[in-house]
Ligand binder design. Structure first.
Ligand SMILES: Nc1nc2c(ncn2[C@@H]2O[C@H](COP(=O)(O)OP(=O)(O)OP(=O)(O)O)[C@@H](O)[C@H]2O)c(=O)[nH]1
Ligand SMILES: [Mg+2]
Length: 446
Protein backbone atom coordinates (compact mmCIF):
# COMPACT_ATOMS: atom_id res chain seq x y z
CA UNK A 1 0.00 0.00 0.00
CA UNK A 2 1.39 3.37 -0.99
CA UNK A 3 0.19 6.59 0.72
CA UNK A 4 0.76 9.99 -0.77
CA UNK A 5 -0.34 13.56 -0.03
CA UNK A 6 -1.33 15.95 -2.84
CA UNK A 7 -1.99 19.68 -2.67
CA UNK A 8 -3.88 21.77 -5.20
CA UNK A 9 -6.01 24.88 -5.40
CA UNK A 10 -9.22 22.90 -5.97
CA UNK A 11 -10.36 19.44 -5.08
CA UNK A 12 -10.77 18.53 -8.72
CA UNK A 13 -7.18 19.50 -9.46
CA UNK A 14 -5.93 17.48 -6.50
CA UNK A 15 -7.87 14.41 -7.66
CA UNK A 16 -6.52 14.76 -11.18
CA UNK A 17 -3.02 14.74 -9.69
CA UNK A 18 -3.89 11.63 -7.67
CA UNK A 19 -5.14 9.86 -10.76
CA UNK A 20 -2.13 10.89 -12.82
CA UNK A 21 0.32 9.67 -10.26
CA UNK A 22 -1.35 6.71 -8.54
CA UNK A 23 -3.70 5.60 -11.30
CA UNK A 24 -7.49 5.19 -11.28
CA UNK A 25 -7.39 2.53 -8.53
CA UNK A 26 -6.17 5.06 -5.97
CA UNK A 27 -8.38 5.47 -2.92
CA UNK A 28 -8.92 8.88 -1.28
CA UNK A 29 -8.08 8.46 2.40
CA UNK A 30 -8.83 12.06 3.48
CA UNK A 31 -9.22 15.56 2.17
CA UNK A 32 -9.16 18.90 3.97
CA UNK A 33 -8.65 22.61 3.42
CA UNK A 34 -5.39 24.13 4.60
CA UNK A 35 -3.89 27.64 4.61
CA UNK A 36 -0.55 27.69 2.84
CA UNK A 37 2.29 30.18 2.57
CA UNK A 38 1.65 33.83 3.32
CA UNK A 39 4.96 34.98 4.75
CA UNK A 40 4.98 37.31 7.74
CA UNK A 41 1.85 36.80 9.95
CA UNK A 42 0.27 34.73 7.17
CA UNK A 43 -0.92 37.89 5.45
CA UNK A 44 -0.61 36.43 1.98
CA UNK A 45 -1.74 32.86 2.82
CA UNK A 46 -3.89 30.88 0.42
CA UNK A 47 -6.59 28.26 0.91
CA UNK A 48 -5.50 24.90 -0.63
CA UNK A 49 -6.97 21.44 -0.73
CA UNK A 50 -4.87 18.65 0.69
CA UNK A 51 -5.81 15.14 -0.41
CA UNK A 52 -4.23 11.99 0.97
CA UNK A 53 -4.59 9.02 -1.37
CA UNK A 54 -3.52 5.38 -1.21
CA UNK A 55 -3.01 2.70 -3.80
CA UNK A 56 -2.37 -1.01 -3.58
CA UNK A 57 1.18 -1.37 -5.00
CA UNK A 58 0.57 -4.88 -6.37
CA UNK A 59 -2.28 -3.43 -8.45
CA UNK A 60 -0.04 -0.58 -9.49
CA UNK A 61 2.72 -3.04 -10.57
CA UNK A 62 0.15 -4.78 -12.75
CA UNK A 63 -0.84 -1.55 -14.41
CA UNK A 64 1.78 -1.64 -17.21
CA UNK A 65 0.88 -5.31 -17.83
CA UNK A 66 -2.81 -4.37 -17.97
CA UNK A 67 -1.96 -1.56 -20.35
CA UNK A 68 0.01 -3.89 -22.72
CA UNK A 69 -2.82 -6.45 -22.57
CA UNK A 70 -5.26 -3.74 -23.45
CA UNK A 71 -3.01 -2.64 -26.33
CA UNK A 72 -2.79 -6.26 -27.60
CA UNK A 73 -6.56 -6.62 -27.46
CA UNK A 74 -6.94 -3.41 -29.41
CA UNK A 75 -4.48 -4.71 -32.07
CA UNK A 76 -6.40 -7.99 -32.31
CA UNK A 77 -9.65 -6.13 -32.71
CA UNK A 78 -8.19 -4.06 -35.57
CA UNK A 79 -6.89 -7.11 -37.48
CA UNK A 80 -10.07 -9.20 -37.12
CA UNK A 81 -12.25 -9.71 -40.34
CA UNK A 82 -14.85 -6.95 -40.54
CA UNK A 83 -17.74 -9.30 -41.39
CA UNK A 84 -17.47 -11.27 -38.16
CA UNK A 85 -21.04 -11.39 -36.79
CA UNK A 86 -21.67 -9.63 -33.50
CA UNK A 87 -22.71 -11.88 -30.62
CA UNK A 88 -26.25 -11.29 -29.36
CA UNK A 89 -24.94 -10.51 -25.91
CA UNK A 90 -21.87 -8.33 -25.52
CA UNK A 91 -20.14 -8.44 -22.13
CA UNK A 92 -19.63 -4.95 -20.65
CA UNK A 93 -15.98 -4.02 -20.60
CA UNK A 94 -14.92 -3.03 -17.02
CA UNK A 95 -14.38 0.74 -16.92
CA UNK A 96 -11.07 1.36 -15.13
CA UNK A 97 -12.00 5.00 -14.45
CA UNK A 98 -15.42 4.28 -12.91
CA UNK A 99 -14.14 4.01 -9.36
CA UNK A 100 -12.22 7.20 -9.68
CA UNK A 101 -15.13 9.09 -11.22
CA UNK A 102 -17.36 7.90 -8.38
CA UNK A 103 -14.84 9.17 -5.81
CA UNK A 104 -14.60 12.49 -7.62
CA UNK A 105 -18.40 12.82 -7.56
CA UNK A 106 -18.63 12.08 -3.82
CA UNK A 107 -15.71 14.35 -2.96
CA UNK A 108 -17.21 17.22 -5.02
CA UNK A 109 -20.51 16.86 -3.18
CA UNK A 110 -18.83 16.62 0.21
CA UNK A 111 -16.51 19.57 -0.22
CA UNK A 112 -19.08 22.39 0.44
CA UNK A 113 -20.71 20.29 3.20
CA UNK A 114 -17.38 20.08 4.95
CA UNK A 115 -17.11 23.84 4.96
CA UNK A 116 -20.64 24.13 6.40
CA UNK A 117 -19.79 21.56 9.07
CA UNK A 118 -16.73 23.60 9.97
CA UNK A 119 -18.88 26.73 10.31
CA UNK A 120 -21.40 24.87 12.49
CA UNK A 121 -18.59 23.59 14.69
CA UNK A 122 -17.37 27.16 15.08
CA UNK A 123 -20.92 28.35 16.00
CA UNK A 124 -21.34 25.58 18.60
CA UNK A 125 -17.98 26.45 20.11
CA UNK A 126 -18.97 30.14 20.30
CA UNK A 127 -22.36 29.30 21.92
CA UNK A 128 -20.66 27.06 24.48
CA UNK A 129 -18.27 29.84 25.37
CA UNK A 130 -21.16 32.30 25.76
CA UNK A 131 -22.92 29.85 28.06
CA UNK A 132 -19.84 29.55 30.18
CA UNK A 133 -19.47 33.33 30.34
CA UNK A 134 -22.98 34.93 30.21
CA UNK A 135 -21.47 38.32 30.95
CA UNK A 136 -20.17 38.41 27.39
CA UNK A 137 -23.78 38.43 26.13
CA UNK A 138 -25.38 40.35 29.02
CA UNK A 139 -22.68 43.00 29.16
CA UNK A 140 -23.60 44.75 25.90
CA UNK A 141 -27.34 44.39 26.73
CA UNK A 142 -26.75 46.00 30.09
CA UNK A 143 -24.95 48.88 28.44
CA UNK A 144 -27.82 49.32 26.00
CA UNK A 145 -30.37 49.38 28.85
CA UNK A 146 -28.31 51.90 30.75
CA UNK A 147 -28.24 54.06 27.63
CA UNK A 148 -32.03 53.81 27.32
CA UNK A 149 -32.47 54.67 30.99
CA UNK A 150 -30.41 57.82 30.51
CA UNK A 151 -32.36 58.82 27.38
CA UNK A 152 -35.76 58.25 29.06
CA UNK A 153 -34.59 60.04 32.21
CA UNK A 154 -33.50 63.03 30.15
CA UNK A 155 -36.81 63.10 28.27
CA UNK A 156 -38.76 63.07 31.55
CA UNK A 157 -36.54 65.73 33.02
CA UNK A 158 -37.13 67.81 29.92
CA UNK A 159 -40.91 67.37 30.24
CA UNK A 160 -40.79 68.27 33.90
CA UNK A 161 -38.78 71.40 33.16
CA UNK A 162 -41.26 72.40 30.48
CA UNK A 163 -44.15 71.88 32.85
CA UNK A 164 -42.58 73.81 35.69
CA UNK A 165 -41.67 76.53 33.29
CA UNK A 166 -41.93 79.81 35.06
CA UNK A 167 -41.22 78.39 38.54
CA UNK A 168 -37.98 79.51 40.20
CA UNK A 169 -35.46 76.74 40.89
CA UNK A 170 -35.99 77.21 44.65
CA UNK A 171 -39.58 75.94 44.33
CA UNK A 172 -38.66 72.87 42.32
CA UNK A 173 -38.36 70.76 45.44
CA UNK A 174 -41.80 71.86 46.68
CA UNK A 175 -43.25 71.08 43.30
CA UNK A 176 -41.68 67.64 43.17
CA UNK A 177 -42.79 66.97 46.76
CA UNK A 178 -46.43 67.73 45.96
CA UNK A 179 -46.36 65.67 42.76
CA UNK A 180 -44.67 62.78 44.58
CA UNK A 181 -47.59 62.78 47.04
CA UNK A 182 -50.06 62.47 44.17
CA UNK A 183 -51.07 66.10 43.70
CA UNK A 184 -51.91 66.70 40.06
CA UNK A 185 -48.94 68.36 38.26
CA UNK A 186 -51.07 71.18 36.89
CA UNK A 187 -52.69 71.89 40.27
CA UNK A 188 -49.24 71.88 41.95
CA UNK A 189 -47.86 74.21 39.30
CA UNK A 190 -50.76 76.67 39.58
CA UNK A 191 -50.49 76.68 43.36
CA UNK A 192 -46.75 77.43 43.34
CA UNK A 193 -47.11 79.97 40.56
CA UNK A 194 -49.60 81.89 42.71
CA UNK A 195 -47.03 81.81 45.54
CA UNK A 196 -44.34 83.27 43.27
CA UNK A 197 -46.73 86.06 42.35
CA UNK A 198 -47.51 86.79 46.01
CA UNK A 199 -43.96 86.66 47.36
CA UNK A 200 -42.17 88.25 44.42
CA UNK A 201 -38.49 87.79 43.73
CA UNK A 202 -37.39 89.34 47.03
CA UNK A 203 -39.12 86.89 49.38
CA UNK A 204 -39.20 83.74 47.26
CA UNK A 205 -35.91 82.64 48.81
CA UNK A 206 -37.40 82.71 52.34
CA UNK A 207 -38.16 79.04 52.96
CA UNK A 208 -40.38 79.62 56.01
CA UNK A 209 -42.54 82.09 54.14
CA UNK A 210 -42.79 79.74 51.18
CA UNK A 211 -43.79 76.78 53.38
CA UNK A 212 -46.43 78.76 55.30
CA UNK A 213 -47.87 80.09 52.10
CA UNK A 214 -48.06 76.64 50.52
CA UNK A 215 -50.04 75.38 53.53
CA UNK A 216 -52.30 78.45 53.44
CA UNK A 217 -53.01 78.15 49.74
CA UNK A 218 -53.75 74.46 50.04
CA UNK A 219 -56.17 75.09 52.88
CA UNK A 220 -57.87 77.79 50.85
CA UNK A 221 -58.26 75.36 47.96
CA UNK A 222 -60.34 73.10 50.24
CA UNK A 223 -63.92 73.99 51.11
CA UNK A 224 -64.78 75.18 54.59
CA UNK A 225 -64.51 72.26 56.97
CA UNK A 226 -67.39 70.26 58.34
CA UNK A 227 -68.46 70.95 61.86
CA UNK A 228 -68.03 67.38 63.07
CA UNK A 229 -70.96 66.39 65.22
CA UNK A 230 -71.07 69.99 66.51
CA UNK A 231 -74.01 70.24 68.90
CA UNK A 232 -76.82 72.37 67.58
CA UNK A 233 -80.26 73.05 68.98
CA UNK A 234 -81.78 71.38 65.95
CA UNK A 235 -82.05 67.67 65.37
CA UNK A 236 -79.28 66.54 63.00
CA UNK A 237 -80.12 63.79 60.50
CA UNK A 238 -76.98 62.48 58.84
CA UNK A 239 -77.37 59.99 56.00
CA UNK A 240 -74.28 58.10 54.78
CA UNK A 241 -74.34 57.21 51.09
CA UNK A 242 -71.80 55.82 48.68
CA UNK A 243 -70.52 52.83 46.74
CA UNK A 244 -70.46 49.33 48.20
CA UNK A 245 -67.96 48.34 50.84
CA UNK A 246 -66.47 51.80 51.44
CA UNK A 247 -67.20 51.66 55.18
CA UNK A 248 -70.63 53.30 55.55
CA UNK A 249 -71.98 50.97 58.25
CA UNK A 250 -68.69 50.96 60.18
CA UNK A 251 -68.57 54.76 60.03
CA UNK A 252 -72.19 55.07 61.20
CA UNK A 253 -71.25 52.98 64.23
CA UNK A 254 -68.10 55.06 64.79
CA UNK A 255 -70.17 58.26 64.63
CA UNK A 256 -72.62 56.89 67.18
CA UNK A 257 -69.66 55.98 69.41
CA UNK A 258 -68.11 59.42 68.96
CA UNK A 259 -71.41 61.13 69.81
CA UNK A 260 -71.69 59.04 72.91
CA UNK A 261 -68.13 59.79 74.03
CA UNK A 262 -68.13 63.51 73.25
CA UNK A 263 -71.72 64.34 74.22
CA UNK A 264 -72.95 61.73 76.69
CA UNK A 265 -76.17 63.73 77.33
CA UNK A 266 -77.18 63.69 73.67
CA UNK A 267 -79.56 61.10 72.36
CA UNK A 268 -78.55 59.21 69.21
CA UNK A 269 -80.67 56.85 67.09
CA UNK A 270 -79.48 54.57 64.30
CA UNK A 271 -81.66 53.84 61.29
CA UNK A 272 -80.69 51.45 58.55
CA UNK A 273 -82.18 51.44 55.06
CA UNK A 274 -79.98 48.54 54.01
CA UNK A 275 -82.41 45.65 53.78
CA UNK A 276 -80.77 44.40 50.54
CA UNK A 277 -77.67 42.80 51.90
CA UNK A 278 -77.97 39.68 54.02
CA UNK A 279 -76.77 40.40 57.58
CA UNK A 280 -76.52 44.16 56.93
CA UNK A 281 -79.06 44.90 59.68
CA UNK A 282 -77.40 42.45 62.04
CA UNK A 283 -74.05 44.17 61.52
CA UNK A 284 -75.46 47.46 62.81
CA UNK A 285 -77.58 45.82 65.50
CA UNK A 286 -74.42 44.50 67.18
CA UNK A 287 -72.96 48.01 67.37
CA UNK A 288 -76.29 49.48 68.56
CA UNK A 289 -76.44 46.90 71.33
CA UNK A 290 -72.90 47.59 72.52
CA UNK A 291 -73.42 51.36 72.39
CA UNK A 292 -76.87 50.96 73.99
CA UNK A 293 -78.65 53.09 71.43
CA UNK A 294 -81.85 52.29 69.51
CA UNK A 295 -81.76 50.86 65.99
CA UNK A 296 -84.64 51.20 63.54
CA UNK A 297 -85.03 49.47 60.17
CA UNK A 298 -86.84 51.45 57.44
CA UNK A 299 -87.97 49.81 54.22
CA UNK A 300 -89.50 52.82 52.43
CA UNK A 301 -89.34 56.63 52.43
CA UNK A 302 -92.59 56.70 54.45
CA UNK A 303 -91.12 54.23 56.91
CA UNK A 304 -88.10 56.50 57.31
CA UNK A 305 -90.33 59.49 57.92
CA UNK A 306 -92.27 57.55 60.59
CA UNK A 307 -89.03 56.44 62.29
CA UNK A 308 -87.73 59.99 62.43
CA UNK A 309 -91.05 61.20 63.84
CA UNK A 310 -90.94 58.52 66.48
CA UNK A 311 -87.55 59.89 67.60
CA UNK A 312 -88.27 63.58 67.22
CA UNK A 313 -86.43 64.33 70.48
CA UNK A 314 -83.22 62.61 69.45
CA UNK A 315 -80.24 64.93 68.86
CA UNK A 316 -78.63 62.77 66.19
CA UNK A 317 -80.25 60.45 63.75
CA UNK A 318 -77.63 58.47 61.84
CA UNK A 319 -78.89 56.71 58.71
CA UNK A 320 -77.02 53.86 57.06
CA UNK A 321 -77.87 53.10 53.41
CA UNK A 322 -77.18 50.20 51.08
CA UNK A 323 -74.05 50.46 48.96
CA UNK A 324 -74.78 51.59 45.40
CA UNK A 325 -72.58 51.39 42.36
CA UNK A 326 -72.42 54.78 40.62
CA UNK A 327 -74.08 53.07 37.65
CA UNK A 328 -77.07 51.80 39.64
CA UNK A 329 -79.75 54.18 38.43
CA UNK A 330 -82.63 52.61 40.40
CA UNK A 331 -80.69 52.77 43.67
CA UNK A 332 -79.75 56.35 43.03
CA UNK A 333 -83.40 57.27 42.27
CA UNK A 334 -84.39 55.87 45.69
CA UNK A 335 -81.89 58.19 47.37
CA UNK A 336 -83.20 61.11 45.30
CA UNK A 337 -86.77 60.33 46.42
CA UNK A 338 -85.68 60.38 50.07
CA UNK A 339 -84.00 63.73 49.55
CA UNK A 340 -87.05 65.25 47.91
CA UNK A 341 -89.21 64.30 50.87
CA UNK A 342 -89.94 66.32 53.93
CA UNK A 343 -86.88 65.33 55.91
CA UNK A 344 -83.92 67.69 56.15
CA UNK A 345 -81.15 65.25 55.41
CA UNK A 346 -77.43 65.99 55.61
CA UNK A 347 -75.85 63.68 53.02
CA UNK A 348 -72.33 62.46 53.68
CA UNK A 349 -70.76 60.77 50.69
CA UNK A 350 -68.37 58.07 51.89
CA UNK A 351 -65.27 57.69 49.70
CA UNK A 352 -62.53 55.12 50.22
CA UNK A 353 -59.02 56.51 49.78
CA UNK A 354 -57.61 53.46 47.94
CA UNK A 355 -59.97 54.03 44.98
CA UNK A 356 -58.27 55.55 41.92
CA UNK A 357 -58.79 59.26 41.40
CA UNK A 358 -60.84 58.77 38.24
CA UNK A 359 -63.15 56.36 40.11
CA UNK A 360 -63.55 58.85 42.97
CA UNK A 361 -64.46 61.62 40.54
CA UNK A 362 -67.01 59.36 38.85
CA UNK A 363 -68.71 58.73 42.21
CA UNK A 364 -68.67 62.43 43.11
CA UNK A 365 -70.22 63.34 39.75
CA UNK A 366 -72.86 60.64 40.21
CA UNK A 367 -73.96 61.72 43.68
CA UNK A 368 -73.54 65.46 43.21
CA UNK A 369 -77.18 66.12 42.39
CA UNK A 370 -78.49 64.55 45.65
CA UNK A 371 -76.80 66.92 46.76
CA UNK A 372 -73.68 65.91 48.67
CA UNK A 373 -73.22 68.11 51.74
CA UNK A 374 -70.04 66.49 53.07
CA UNK A 375 -67.46 63.89 52.16
CA UNK A 376 -66.18 61.27 54.60
CA UNK A 377 -62.82 59.73 53.66
CA UNK A 378 -62.32 56.17 54.83
CA UNK A 379 -59.50 53.64 54.67
CA UNK A 380 -56.84 56.34 54.89
CA UNK A 381 -54.70 53.74 56.64
CA UNK A 382 -54.63 51.70 53.44
CA UNK A 383 -52.76 54.26 51.33
CA UNK A 384 -49.52 56.14 51.77
CA UNK A 385 -50.12 59.26 49.65
CA UNK A 386 -53.15 61.53 49.75
CA UNK A 387 -52.61 63.83 46.77
CA UNK A 388 -55.67 62.32 45.06
CA UNK A 389 -57.86 63.60 47.93
CA UNK A 390 -56.62 67.10 47.26
CA UNK A 391 -57.25 66.77 43.52
CA UNK A 392 -60.81 65.52 44.08
CA UNK A 393 -61.66 68.01 46.82
CA UNK A 394 -60.26 71.06 45.03
CA UNK A 395 -62.24 70.14 41.92
CA UNK A 396 -65.46 69.10 43.65
CA UNK A 397 -65.53 71.97 46.16
CA UNK A 398 -67.22 69.81 48.82
CA UNK A 399 -66.09 70.03 52.47
CA UNK A 400 -64.86 66.97 54.37
CA UNK A 401 -66.59 66.05 57.62
CA UNK A 402 -64.72 63.00 58.98
CA UNK A 403 -61.60 60.96 58.35
CA UNK A 404 -61.49 57.24 59.03
CA UNK A 405 -58.19 55.42 59.24
CA UNK A 406 -58.83 51.94 60.51
CA UNK A 407 -61.41 49.34 61.41
CA UNK A 408 -61.63 50.00 65.12
CA UNK A 409 -65.02 51.26 66.31
CA UNK A 410 -65.23 54.02 67.41
CA UNK A 411 -61.55 55.04 67.72
CA UNK A 412 -60.42 55.19 64.11
CA UNK A 413 -62.47 58.24 63.27
CA UNK A 414 -61.54 61.87 63.57
CA UNK A 415 -63.22 65.14 62.73
CA UNK A 416 -61.70 66.56 59.56
CA UNK A 417 -60.05 69.95 59.56
CA UNK A 418 -58.44 71.67 56.63
CA UNK A 419 -55.13 71.77 58.49
CA UNK A 420 -55.24 68.03 59.10
CA UNK A 421 -56.07 67.36 55.48
CA UNK A 422 -53.19 69.50 54.25
CA UNK A 423 -50.84 67.73 56.67
CA UNK A 424 -51.90 64.42 55.22
CA UNK A 425 -51.63 65.60 51.63
CA UNK A 426 -48.14 66.99 52.26
CA UNK A 427 -47.10 63.62 53.66
CA UNK A 428 -47.03 64.40 57.34
CA UNK A 429 -48.60 61.09 58.34
CA UNK A 430 -51.73 59.86 60.04
CA UNK A 431 -50.61 59.90 63.68
CA UNK A 432 -53.86 58.53 65.09
CA UNK A 433 -53.03 57.30 68.59
CA UNK A 434 -53.78 53.62 69.22
CA UNK A 435 -56.49 52.84 71.75
CA UNK A 436 -58.67 49.80 72.58
CA UNK A 437 -61.69 49.16 70.36
CA UNK A 438 -65.26 48.17 71.22
CA UNK A 439 -64.88 44.62 72.51
CA UNK A 440 -64.17 42.56 69.40
CA UNK A 441 -66.52 44.53 67.13
CA UNK A 442 -65.58 45.99 63.76
CA UNK A 443 -62.72 43.63 63.00
CA UNK A 444 -60.16 45.77 64.85
CA UNK A 445 -56.49 45.62 63.85
CA UNK A 446 -54.64 42.53 64.92
N1 LIG B 1 -58.70 49.60 56.83
C1 LIG B 1 -59.90 50.14 57.00
N2 LIG B 1 -60.99 49.38 56.86
C2 LIG B 1 -62.19 49.96 57.03
C3 LIG B 1 -62.33 51.31 57.32
N3 LIG B 1 -63.66 51.58 57.40
C4 LIG B 1 -64.29 50.42 57.18
N4 LIG B 1 -63.41 49.43 56.94
C5 LIG B 1 -63.66 48.04 56.66
O1 LIG B 1 -64.25 47.96 55.37
C6 LIG B 1 -65.11 46.82 55.32
C7 LIG B 1 -66.48 47.24 54.81
O2 LIG B 1 -67.07 48.10 55.76
P1 LIG B 1 -68.61 48.35 55.83
O3 LIG B 1 -68.83 49.35 56.90
O4 LIG B 1 -69.38 47.08 55.93
O5 LIG B 1 -68.83 48.98 54.42
P2 LIG B 1 -70.22 49.43 53.76
O6 LIG B 1 -69.96 50.64 52.95
O7 LIG B 1 -71.26 49.54 54.81
O8 LIG B 1 -70.51 48.21 52.84
P3 LIG B 1 -71.92 47.88 52.10
O9 LIG B 1 -72.99 48.06 53.11
O10 LIG B 1 -71.76 46.47 51.66
O11 LIG B 1 -72.03 48.80 50.95
C8 LIG B 1 -65.16 46.26 56.73
O12 LIG B 1 -64.27 45.18 56.80
C9 LIG B 1 -64.67 47.39 57.59
O13 LIG B 1 -64.06 46.96 58.78
C10 LIG B 1 -61.13 52.10 57.45
O14 LIG B 1 -61.14 53.30 57.67
N5 LIG B 1 -59.95 51.46 57.28
MG1 LIG C 1 -73.13 48.66 55.00
Amino acid sequence: MKLKRFEALTLQEALQAVKAELGPDAVIVSSRRVQKGGGLFGLMSQSMVEVTAAVDQTQQAEAPRKQSLAALAALRKASAPLEKPKPAFQPVEPDPDANFREQLKVATALDPMKEQMQEMREEIRRLREEQRDPERVLGPLRHELEGLRIVVGEALEHRLRKRVDGLPGGLMEDYQGLVAHGVNAQIAHDLLRSIVETLGTVNIGNRDMVKDLIVDRMEQALSAPGTGLGKTHEQKIMMLVGPTGVGKTTTVAKLAGMARQQQPDCKTVLITLDTYRVAAVEQLRVYAKILKIPLEVAVSPQDLLDCVHRHEHADYILIDTAGRSPRDQAGYDELLTLNRGRLKLENHLVLAAPVAESGLMEVVRRYQSLPIHRIIWTKLDEVSTYGALFNVLSQAGIPVSFLSAGQRVPEDLEVATRRRLVELIRGEGLGIPPSPSLAGVGGGRQ
